[in-house]
Design a protein. Sequence first.
Length: 291
Amino acid sequence: SSGINAEYGLHAKELGSRTQELEQLKAKSIAIPNCNFLNFNSIKDFQDTGSLVTYLSTCSSVVNSYIMYDAMYSWASNNFSSKSVDEKITSFKEFGKILKQRCWKPIVTEYMDKKHDVQRKDLKDVLAPSYKTYHRLVSDQTFTSKELFENNNDIKFYFHHMKRKNCNNEANCGFIVQVNGLFPGGILQCPFSIRVIIDGDSYPDDIKFNGNCIQANNMHLAIKISGNSRDFPITWLGQPVKDKTGKYYVWGEHRFYSKGEGAIPDKNDIYKWFWNWAPDSKITLVAYQLE
């Protein structure tokens, strides 16, 4: 009993230190709208696209077109065969009306293409009308699920701003996304989070942050996973969790363990379709920076 209490006390002390670090980070960073990691369980049981769209149009967590699009895409992917996803999403014309009513930024065509999503021109005209001023930025840093979910990582993105023609810092303009991993190996956990550092003094010399160009509200994150060319949405995956064996990670519809090795947690057994990845599969962050 004393040994357990001592171990718990150690974890509590570490957690306290970690919590303090996170509070300091919040003062120097800002959340990315789609990195609240909403729970897919809240939308999975809708019976049709109409009722789903009605719910999303009034949901306080749906603050831009990309969060709504990710919900619709994730729901459709889980409820239909991959062939039918393209056919069903084309019926979401109500989405286009909501997008205009809310004055939301439209969906860029590349975001749909990179998920092997709808190819029909009529839907693209509704969701992505002549929208070209954006960056799709792929980090050159890759992580296994364990490395991404358990560790703290500063991930750099470099880009050339389209509207600034005479910039002395073009070679190294960019931003840093800070990933705060789960409390590793302990009884208690801190939530997995991804934020943009907005304190210029916290940046190293090799990257120049311009707060007038980089705004978290105009940013949307996705992930790439080795062996697949898609940009996978992360908005509705919830928090990553360990599987029942305690060895591997599950993040929403993504299982990071080889067949026969892991066991899905009961609370994540809500998907009809899963992506199965090897534990050493590499995950890369992709940032869509809209202008």
